[in-house]
Design a protein around this ligand. Structure first.
Ligand code: PHE
Length: 434
């Protein structure tokens, strides 16, 4: 039987109808890839910390934060999709696994620090493919000033702009202030413009530091673009993307810190900027790491390739063959799609109340797959959908692609895993195999 509560670091979190953290995720809480010497995530963290060398580097103690810290205090509306059980991990109604490092902004401003970088693991329920994993790492960075010192910014910006001169980097920036991305009403727009400039100059110089050596080899200048964005805790807000192997890749979100955040931190007399950088995405590009699961391997053929302080190209070692299995099933009959009263197996009393009443959600399905199969699952892809013309019942077919990073998988063991997944999803999601 499942325990009534979660226990972590000696603290007990009683379970309730929100609880949705499987043990496979809890096991990841102590891994701390961002602190592991010579791990690409940690190498990248240190390179960014060295770049912003006068910023204080912070590491929060636990991945468990209150819903208040992660969402409420940052102004997320109650109906924000990020809050839903299909997207986030909850220990219970009050506590969750942080979904972003912004959940530590207020406590960090409270320390009285004006410039800091904070790195941590963050958790989001998601699909399964080579660039998505339910645990990843972010670095939050901020620079705030006493309002009475904002007149220094012009000078600071001149210095930064001088350093950026003569650098073969093309920055595409058509962002402008508009009603959809406004200044904060109490801010002096002249200073806010300087804050935005400082934010852009600071991040552009980091991007050049990280990508500079890549661009030299093919002679093409690096293209970076700034686009408008929306976050509840910054305005104006932006995203930075880099053009990489034919596509625009999102690197970070950022903006001018919302006054409400600073007020709650006891520093109403300050203003400035914040960013949140995704470390996996950036590592995959910089080190040429093809699959996000590799960050979690303990195989020395991976780990021994990297050296602290250096960005080197990953040399793939032999990949073992994949093995795929398809799974077709009927979705549970919900009131919406129930056409005629067929007695479906979805009405059983053993169903988990959190999953039986609501619509089928792919993240719930993927969660069960990960919980059973662990890192042997490489991707889960929807390959067919069908609605029965008479009963209106819907079915889906998913292809589960299995691959071990370090050895061959036998057909028998894959079948066994597939059967286990099948049994769990039937029991927990009220679906019926075809
Ligand atoms: N927390 C945001 C995210 O995870 C990124 C962000 C950080 C945006 C800081 C603005 C300021 O998407």
């Amino acid at each position: 039987s499942t325990p009534e509560s979660y226990k972590y670091n000696g603290i007990t979190y009683p379970k309730d109808s929100y609880s949705n953290v499987p043990s496979s995720i809890l096991d990841k809480l102590d891994r701390n890839l961002h602190l592991m010497p010579s791990h690409p995530i940690s190498i990248l963290r240190q390179i960014v910390e060295n770049h912003f060398n006068d910023y204080k580097a912070l590491i929060p103690s636990s991945a468990i934060v209150s819903v208040k810290q992660n969402f409420d205090e940052l102004g997320f509306p109650l109906n924000h999709p990020g809050r839903s059980l299909t997207d986030s991990y909850y220990l219970n109604k009050e506590y969750m696994l942080r979904t972003h490092t912004s959940s530590h902004e207020i406590e960090s401003y409270k320390k009285g620090l004006n410039k800091w970088l904070l790195s941590a693991d963050v958790f989001r329920r998601d699909e399964i493919d080579s660039s998505h994993y339910p645990v990843f790492h972010q670095m939050e960075g901020t620079h705030i000033w006493l309002n009475s010192e904002l007149n220094q910014l012009n000078e600071l910006n001149k210095n930064l702009e001088n350093q950026l001169k003569n650098i073969p980097i093309i920055i595409e920036d058509e962002t402008k202030i508009s009603n959809s991305n406004p200044f904060q009403s109490h801010h002096n727009p002249i200073y806010t413009e300087q804050i935005i400039k400082h934010l852009k100059n600071s991040l552009n110089s980091l991007i050049f530091k990280l990508f500079g050596h890549h661009t030299k080899s093919d002679g093409e200048p690096l293209r970076v673009r700034w686009i408008e964005a929306y976050f509840p805790f910054t305005t104006p807000s932006y995203e930075v993307e880099v053009f990489w192997q034919g596509e625009w890749l999102e690197l970070l979100g950022c903006g001018v810190v919302m006054q409400k955040t600073l007020d709650q931190s006891g520093v109403s007399d300050k203003s400035g900027w914040a960013f949140g950088l995704g470390l996996e995405r950036l590592s995959m590009v910089l080190f040429s790491i093809p699959d996000i699961r590799l960050f979690w391997t303990s195989d020395s053929r991976f780990l021994s390739q990297f050296k602290q302080g250096e960005i080197t190209t990953f040399q793939p070692y032999s990949k073992f063959p994949p093995c795929y299995k398809d799974m077709s099933f009927w979705l549970p009959q919900t009131d919406e799609n129930r056409h005629e009263s067929t007695s479906s197996s979805a009405g059983g009393k053993t169903l988990n109340p959190m999953t039986s009443q609501k619509q089928f959600h792919e993240n719930d399905y993927c969660e069960i797959v990960r919980d059973v199969v662990g890192d042997l699952i490489e991707s889960v892809t929807l390959i067919d959908e069908f609605t029965h013309p008479k009963t209106n019942r819907k079915s889906k077919c998913y292809r589960l692609n299995y691959r071990h990073m370090d050895r061959n998988l036998s057909n028998e063991e894959v079948n066994e895993l597939q059967n286990k997944v099948q049994a769990r999803v039937v029991e927990e999601m009220g679906i019926e195999m075809r």
